[in-house]
Each structure stands twice: as structure tokens, then as C-alpha cells.
Design a protein around this ligand. Structure first.
Ligand SMILES: Nc1ncnc2c1ncn2[C@@H]1O[C@H](COP(=O)(O)OP(=O)(O)OP(=O)(O)O)[C@@H](O)[C@H]1O
Ligand SMILES: [Mg+2]
Length: 596
């Protein structure tokens, strides 16, 4: 593609000359101090390259002004008196990011990432401003095909140019949205979902920890004047109120979906001296029960190769029955009399932990699934609802996890993600539609390994596997967090694109810095000062790292920042609401299951 408008630099935009080069950093001695105010940190410069058609594009990283003493021109009237004058000594440090060519073979006006050469000393440096800046910023999204465009907002340095990322690249190798609380992450997620919805077969599963995205499935819940059509379907992990008459939206993750390690991480106390016995009896019985189910279903082909980890339904009560039998059976002594049984009394604690979990209604989504969830073909239907909802149904699925107890949140998200990933893994390659997991509030269930417990480790394992090998099977993560320093490094370091909003905490900034190449350190300096909804986008989805003002999505998430001061002026606390909330707290289930 070509454009007729070339970028041309006149004397008025000449900033100065190259004074020193250090790998990708260039020191420019400023000769035109009038331009300095516009050359602030984050602005773009072009340095004359090898040929007249080539410019190296860089971003200002540092501006220094100082006064220097120098010997003045000798006065012809008194040539022996050496006067000293004070002159300004201005310099900017530029980090090279790309190469722009006005003519490149048969193409014109091409920009590519990376500097192809090093600038030579004394080469001219121009500030890209005004009309040039507009042309240049528009050039960045120009080569993107219509169906690859992911439009996010406008560039901060030139509000008239639209910031467009490459939608394929953005998701291909995982992305992260990071920023302090209230910086605009949830809005950014809604915006990305809205853009994805424009693709006819978008396939996204959103892990919604606070019921914030319920508005995407029910726009009447959002704070907007004219409700828009829904762009997502809403699901929720069944809460204590959904167990009797579960709706279509209630999702169950029956215990039999958990693999051996996941199940044991929940019910086994590793410090118990009987733990190895308990684990081995659990494994033996589960396998036997699964095998019996396969016999009953006449699935001999599956039976030939299944393992204890295969998701095959069995009755929990049958498992408890078998474990109890072990726990109480006497052994037979040499003389035929009863002696202490091999497993007698050794499984008591395992059984009581399992029973306690099975009785707790908060774990109902796992241990009290509806009868239908024990049928052999239930799993395919359930996964189908999420991965292939069928014609006319939205491809974006928002799953509300807000009623899941925090101690099992990691295992639930982990099992959920692993299950969908495994199905995609075993699907015929040519039949796969790629899909993305949006992991909102990722620090809650993807913690750093140092402080992860057994349950969290299982979940981490599932997500880390997706982070490492998901690309090959068309599964990507969009990690969203306000505490990047608490999120698994393995996962963050696999992300190739970052949308970083205001980030005030030092530790978090350091984590982000360590994830970026050193040359971009300057770009990240402004993070604490970003306005709400402003972000730095870095990664292979965009040609130049850029600060952008994100657009507000048309359906906003239910996450509005409250106006304390204003509301204290006109909103009285309601005692009835407190009474109702106390009842909801006791029920552990919100009316209608909506997070509002
Ligand atoms: N692009 C934007 N333009 C203008 N205002 C915005 C934008 N994005 C967010 N906001 C404002 O900021 C508020 C908080 O945004 P949001 O809920 O997305 O924050 P968050 O980063 O998800 O916070 P948390 O980490 O607490 O979930 C919103 O209620 C909205 O008023
Ligand atoms: Mg949020």
C-alpha cells in the first residue's frame, strides 16, 4: 500500500545533531532550543540514516539543560582580554525504536520496528511534530488489513490519530493488562471484548471475579442511558442458591472432572503420616469406579486406554463407601482370628475431610451437582456451551466466579481452564477455533510460586501450561491484574503484549520494568502519572510503543468509582438494605445471582 503524503523535514523542525551513540541510545546536542518544549519525554524524533530516504525513529527518553561557560569571541578592540560567556547546553537522549523509509524498493513511506543502522555522529535530528506527526502516526496502522485491526483509542501525542493494534498479534502470544486499582483495566477489558464481538466468531471466556461484566450480557445493568444489545452470554459458577433448581446459566464443575492431583490437593493433608496410604486407596477406588462406569456405558474403547485422571463420572457416595469399608475392615490373622486391618483407622481423616467438603453448600458446584451431571455425555454438552455455543449465540462468555469461596478459587479456575484447554488440545487441529481466557484479578488465583499452597499450585500448573504451549493449540491468556508483583512470573513473562495503565506502586513498576527490554525503560517512567483510561501499549501488536487514551466502551462494566464526597451529600444509608444484606450473607447467595 502506498500513500502520496510523504513526511518531509524542513529547517523549522530541525532539533540538532547527533553527539554520541551508545547502542540503541543516541545523545542529540540541541541547536534549536525553541523546539525543546515540544521535544518532551515520549515525543518522537527522526535521525537521518545512511541514505536520504532513511530515517531512524526514536523516542525522547531524557532532556537535559544546563549552562556552560565558554570563551567568548575576542573583542577586536581589546584582543588580549578573554571574556567568558555563559551559554545554554541542551541535549536530549533518544532511544531508537524503528526505521522509516520514504522510498523502500517499490514501496513508499514504510515504517518498521528496530533500527537498521546506527546513526553517525553529526547526523541531523528532526522533531516529528504537527502535520508530520499526524502522517507518521497514521502510517503505523496503515499496513494492517481491515480484519486485523483492533482499535483501542487515540495516541496521547497526537489525539487525531487512532491507535490500532494488530488483533492477531495481540492475542497470539498472550497479553496482559496491568494497572493500579481504578486505573481503567476493567473498562479496557470491556472495550477489547466489544471490539472482539465485531468479529463474527469471537471465542472468549471471561473469568469475572466480581460480577462486573454481567452488564455485557445484560446491558440494562450498566450505567448507560441507552441500553445497547448484549454482546456476551452470562454464566455463573453455581452458588449455594443454585443447587436445587439450577438455571441454564449455572455451571457445575463436578468432583469427577478433577484429576487425581487436583482432588488430593483439596482433601489430603500432606502432613498426615497416613497421607501416602490415603492417596493410594483414593486412586485405586476412583479408578475402579470410573472403570465400572465405562463398563456400564459399554465404552470398551475408552476403557482400554483411560487413566485415573480421565474425566469419567462416578458416584461420590460410592467412593466414600469404599473408603469407609477400608477404614473399618478387620484383617484376618494367621490363626483365622480378626486382627487390625491393613487400612483400618488410617483413612478416617481423609473421609471426614471429604465428607465435610461434600456437605458444605459453598462447594455445591463441585460436590452437589445435579443428577444430569453424572451422565456420561453431560461433559460434552457443558463444554459445548462454552466453546461452541452454536449459531446466533454470542461467542463471548462471561463466567461469574463471585460466589466461589476464596480458598478454592484457584482450583476452580484451574480445573475450568484445564478442562477447556484439554478439549481444545484433543480436538482435530483443523477444527479448532482459537479462544482466549480473560483472567481478571489474576493475582487472586495465579500467584507467584513462592507463596502458593498445594491447591494454588495445581491451578498455576494448568495456567502455566497454557502460557507455555497454548499458542500451538490456539489458546491464549489475557491476564489482568492490579498487583503484577503478586502474579506468577512464568505467566507474565510469556506475555508478548502489555497494556499498562497507571501503576503507582514501586514493586509493581519494577516487575513491569523487568519484563520489558532495557531500551523501553524510559517509556515506562511516566507510569505513575498516567490519567485514568490512559495506557502505554507495548509489544508486537503495535509498531511503536505508545501512550494511548483508551476509548470508553459502549457497555461499561459495573465497576464505577463511587463519588464519596458527592454521595455523602444526598444518599442516606438504608437500614432495610443492611437487613437484606445480612440475610444474603447468611444465604451466601445473591438474589438473582447478579453482582449488583
Ligand atoms: N478509558 C476511560 N476513560 C475515562 N474514564 C475511565 C476510562 N476507563 C475507566 N475510567 C473510569 O475509571 C473508573 C475505574 O475503572 P475500572 O473499573 O476499569 O478500574 P480497574 O482498573 O478495573 O480497577 P480495579 O483494579 O479496582 O478493578 C471507571 O468507573 C471509570 O469512571
Ligand atoms: Mg477491574
Amino acid at each position: 500500500m502506498t500513500t502520496s503524503v510523504a513526511i518531509a523535514f524542513g529547517p523549522s523542525s530541525k532539533l540538532g545533531k547527533v553527539a554520541a551513540v551508545d547502542t540503541s541510545r543516541v545523545l542529540v546536542a540541541v541547536e534549536n532550543p525553541g523546539l525543546l518544549p515540544q521535544a518532551a519525554v515520549g515525543s518522537l524524533c527522526a535521525i537521518q540514516g545512511h541514505t536520504a530516504h532513511e530515517f531512524l525513529i526514536g523516542m525522547t527518553e531524557r532532556v537535559t539543560r544546563q549552562l556552560r561557560e565558554q570563551t567568548a569571541q575576542p573583542d577586536p578592540m581589546s584582543p588580549t582580554a578573554l571574556a567568558v560567556e555563559i551559554v545554554p547546553d541542551d541535549a536530549i537522549r533518544v532511544v531508537l525504536l524503528g526505521t522509516y523509509r520514504t522510498v523502500d524498493g517499490s514501496a513508499r513511506n514504510r515504517f518498521k520496528r528496530g533500527a537498521d543502522s546506527f546513526p553517525q555522529i553529526d547526523r541531523e535530528c528532526f522533531l516529528i511534530e504537527g502535520g508530520n506527526l499526524q502522517h507518521f502516526m497514521n502510517l503505523l496502522g496503515k499496513d494492517l488489513a481491515e480484519d486485523q485491526r483492533l482499535e483501542l483509542g487515540n495516541f496521547a501525542i497526537d489525539a487525531s490519530a487512532t491507535a490500532i493494534a494488530n488483533g492477531d498479534r495481540f492475542f497470539q502470544r498472550h497479553a496482559a493488562i496491568l494497572g493500579s486499582t481504578g486505573s481503567g483495566k476493567s473498562y479496557a477489558v470491556s472495550l477489547i471484548l466489544e471490539r472482539s464481538h465485531a468479529r463474527r466468531h469471537a471465542n472468549i471466556v471471561v473469568f469475572d471475579m466480581h460480577g462486573e461484566y454481567a452488564s455485557l450480557a445484560r446491558p440494562d445493568l450498566a450505567d448507560c442511558k441507552n441500553p445497547k444489545p448484549a454482546i456476551a452470554s452470562g454464566f455463573k459458577i453455581a452458588g449455594p442458591g443454585d443447587l436445587e433448581n439450577p438455571s441454564e446459566q449455572a455451571l457445575f464443575l463436578p468432583y469427577w472432572l478433577l484429576n487425581r492431583e487436583e482432588m488430593l490437593s483439596m482433601i489430603l493433608d500432606r502432613s498426615d503420616q497416613n497421607a501416602p496410604n490415603q492417596a493410594s486407596r483414593f486412586t485405586l477406588h476412583t479408578r475402579a469406579l470410573k472403570s465400572a462406569k465405562l463398563d456400564a456405558e459399554r465404552k470398551q474403547d475408552v476403557k482400554a486406554t483411560f487413566t485415573v485422571d480421565s474425566p469419567i463420572p462416578y458416584e461420590l457416595s460410592a467412593l466414600i463407601g469404599l473408603l469407609k469399608e477400608d477404614d473399618t475392615s478387620k484383617g484376618v490373622g494367621v490363626k483365622g482370628g480378626a486382627v487390625k486391618g491393613e487400612w483400618e483407622g488410617r483413612l478416617t481423616r481423609l473421609i471426614s475431610r471429604l465428607e465435610a467438603k461434600a456437605e458444605d453448600r459453598r462447594y455445591g458446584f463441585m460436590f452437589k451437582p445435579p443428577g444430569a451431571a453424572l451422565q456420561y455425555d453431560w461433559l460434552a454438552k457443558q463444554v459445548g456451551k462454552l466453546l461452541a455455543p452454536g449459531h446466533g449465540k454470542p461467542g463471548i462468555k462471561v463466567v461469574d466466579f463471585s460466589e466461589v469461596p476464596s480458598d478454592v478459587l484457584p482450583v476452580v479456575t484451574g480445573v475450568f481452564a484445564r478442562l477447556l484447554y484439554d478439549v481444545q488440545f484433543w480436538m482435530q487441529a483443523e477444527k479448532r477455533t482459537p479462544f482466549v481466557f480473560v483472567c481478571d484479578e489474576a493475582h487472586l488465583y495465579l500467584p507467584t510460586t513462592d507463596n502458593a499452597d498445594a491447591v494454588e499450585r495445581q491451578a498455576l500448573y494448568a495456567f502455566e501450561r497454557i502460557a507455555k504451549e497454548g499458542r500451538k493449540y490456539g489458546v491464549a491468556l489475557l491476564v489482568v491484574s492490579q498487583r503484577p508483583s503478586d502474579v506468577s512470573r512464568t505467566i507474565l513473562s510469556q506475555c508478548n503484549n502489555f497494556l499498562i495503565l497507571r501503576l503507582t506502586n514501586d514493586q509493581d513498576q519494577n516487575v513491569v520494568r523487568r519484563l520489558m527490554p532495557d531500551s523501553l525503560a524510559g517509556v515506562l517512567d511516566g507510569l505513575p502519572l498516567l490519567d485514568t483510561g490512559e495506557a502505554v501499549l507495548l509489544g508486537d501488536a503495535i509498531l511503536l510503543p505508545a501512550r494511548i487514551k483508551l476509548r470508553v466502551p459502549s457497555i461499561t462494566p459495573i465497576s464505577a468509582t463511587r463519588n464519596f464526597w458527592t454521595e455523602w451529600g444526598d444518599k442516606e444509608a438504608d437500614p432495610n438494605a443492611v437487613g437484606m444484606a445480612v440475610e444474603t450473607l447468611r444465604r451466601q447467595s445473591r438474589v438473582l445471582g447478579v453482582g449488583k
